[in-house]
Design a protein. Structure first.
Length: 113
């Protein structure tokens, strides 16, 4: 199994795992990648593409401005103190609200769709 990451993979690993992979260049099994925190789910052999496409389709139906805002807030939080991270999250959230993208979602929710 191979895992795609957004950002430095070593940020998700304990030092000993990262150093082992860097120095040896060895691959890791899906189970090892899951245990190390490189991936958050495993799928049966031969099903990775189908699962990835299903997830991509699901994500494409969600509010894109909100997802981008949440993603950026998650990336930006790591070097910040909790108070600053919360303020950053608030600022991203307000920018998302100002985009008015949520109006359609609220209307669909209110209509029961």
């Amino acid at each position: 199994m191979r895992a795609a990451t957004e950002g430095p993979a070593s940020a998700n690993l304990r030092g000993c795992h990262a150093l082992d992979m860097i120095l040896t260049g060895r691959g890791v099994s899906g189970e090892d990648a899951h245990r190390m925190g490189l991936v958050n789910r495993l799928v049966p052999s031969g099903q990775a593409l189908a699962e990835a496409l299903a997830m991509a389709h699901k994500l494409s139906t969600l509010p894109q401005a909100a997802m981008r805002s949440d993603r950026m807030s998650c990336y930006e939080q790591w070097p910040l103190a909790v108070r600053d991270a919360l303020l950053n999250e608030f600022q991203h959230g307000m920018a998302t609200i100002k985009s008015r993208e949520m109006i359609g979602g609220l209307q669909r929710f209110a209509s029961g769709d």
